[in-house]
Design a protein around this ligand. Structure first.
Ligand code: PA5
Length: 451
């Protein structure tokens, strides 16, 4: 069994003629992607990655993962954005959002360099005290401020603890094949390196060493993960939206967007999907949000958020649609017991599984939100296995590319992210940004004087 897009709940929002009308645009987007003639075509390495990856490096990742598992209690993954989210999302999806608290024979995994919070960083340093530590510094450019600062701190910590030679065995870098600050540093110090391919952008990089090394360290079967993605690569390659659910999802998003549904909420009923939500938000947000266009990607975990956002979703501004990622099999289940006194009045649920109660919450919510005017899409997934995860990753990546082309944007650049990075470099006093710094400081002074 594999993924299935359930579109039955959309009948009152999208007519059959609308699917027919958008098909030619989807075919055109498909051809742009296949012919590599669309915008951003230098970054299409992810399309064939599941079949076309570096097999030698893949084996080296497994060896490095074993070495890390055998030599540390704590593994720190340093990176931000596309150089962080995919790995964490996959680990939590496969293992648990409470991975570090589980009984296991793999190291605890912590994430650094994904914010500039000094308390977060110093807490991590404290957690590492008295423990054996390995680190994986991940940065395609090698110059991103957040991970660079964290790397400097953890490199010093490791060198102090193990000496330069000892630290060398515990530091793994994932970066550009040949160029950049991090690559030069790694070569100079003799750290083992892994490659972020030139033609794969950060948010599409989870199936490269960027994601695969941390994922393998967590004891996840990366062969099965790639197998799921590989089958998905073949499955989601048909331009016909009636036989390609990834393309149908992209088409539906755009049909709804053209009806002023400008926010998509990715919904899950499992806390272990929270980081997948974050990964998905980056994938779609960074790919589509440009040229004053795009669907704002948002997320929720139900039933938790039904008790916080539920009111808005039911009756607030009607600008959203929901896509629920629904799993058939749970990893574990509970059966609700019988209480002879029935003081909590729950005996009507005696013998019922928690997963069934959760499913009823889904059925009730879909009906209620449809009634409230929120279009409902459901992506049915069989289970929480590596194979399914590989398919989910590829499904969303392919859908994102097609959806971006339907929206007439370049889904593979991120000029807006660069803007903030440059301004921050200038304000921090990075050499080469002196002129911009003067302008920005004058702007800040003016704004403050007007307060
Ligand atoms: O998707 C992207 O391109 C970004 O999110 C980057 O991954 C993020 O900015 C980190 O960049 P780098 O890997 O160069 O440190």
């Amino acid at each position: 069994m594999s993924l299935k897009l359930e579109t039955g709940y959309l009948k009152s929002f999208i007519g059959e003629d609308e699917y027919e009308a958008i098909q030619s645009q989807v075919t055109c987007a498909h051809e742009l992607l296949k012919s590599k003639k669309g915008p951003g075509s230098d970054f299409l390495g992810w399309v064939t990655l599941p079949t076309d990856y570096d097999k030698e490096e893949f084996e080296r990742i497994k060896v490095a993962a074993k070495k890390i598992q055998n030599s540390c209690d704590i593994f720190i993954v340093i990176g931000i954005g596309g150089s962080y989210l995919g790995a964490r999302a996959a680990i939590e999806f496969m293992k648990s959002d409470k991975y570090n608290d589980l009984r296991k024979d793999t190291p605890a995994i912590y994430y650094a360099g994904n914010s500039l919070s000094s308390s977060h960083l110093s807490e991590l340093v404290e957690i590492c005290e008295g423990k054996d530590v390995c680190i994986n510094m991940i940065s395609k450019s090698g110059t991103t401020t957040e991970p660079a600062i964290a790397f400097r701190i953890f490199r010093e910590l490791l060198e102090k603890k193990y000496g330069k030679e000892g630290a060398k065995e515990r530091i793994f870098c994932t970066t550009d094949r040949a160029k950049g600050t991090l690559k030069h540093l790694a070569d100079k110090e003799g750290y083992e390196t892994f490659v972020v391919p030139d033609d794969v952008g950060g948010r599409f990089s989870v199936l490269t060493a960027v994601g695969l090394l941390p994922i393998a360290v967590a004891g996840i079967d990366i062969d099965a993960l790639m197998a799921g993605a590989r089958d998905a690569q073949h499955k989601y390659d048909d331009p016909d939206i009636e036989s390609n659910d990834a393309y149908k999802y992209a088409a539906i998003r755009n049909i709804l967007y053209r009806k002023d549904k400008t926010v998509e909420v990715l919904v899950s009923y499992s806390p272990r999907f929270v980081l997948m939500n974050e990964w998905w938000k980056q994938l779609f947000g960074e790919s589509e949000g440009k040229n004053n266009r795009g669907i704002y990607p948002s997320s929720a975990v139900f039933s938790t958020d039904l008790h916080s956002l539920g009111q808005f979703m039911q009756e607030g501004t009607r600008m959203m649609f929901e896509t629920t990622v629904l799993f058939d099999k749970r990893t574990r289940d509970f059966t609700i017991g019988f209480d002879p006194e029935n003081v909590d009045g729950l005996n009507f649920l005696e013998g019922k599984k928690m997963s069934w109660v959760n499913k009823m919450a889904f059925e009730a919510t879909v009906l209620a939100h449809t009634e409230g005017g929120v279009p409902q899409l459901v992506l049915e997934c069989p289970d929480f296995t590596e194979y399914t995860l590989g398919e989910i990753i590829y499904f969303f990546e392919k859908a994102c590319a097609i959806s971006g082309y339907l929206l007439a944007v370049n889904p593979f650049n991120q000029p807006g992210v660069e803007n903030y990075k440059k301004k921050m470099f200038a304000l921090l006093g990075k050499p080469g940004y002196e002129a911009e710094r003067e302008v920005l400081e004058a702007q800040i002074a003016k704004a403050q004087s007007e307060l």
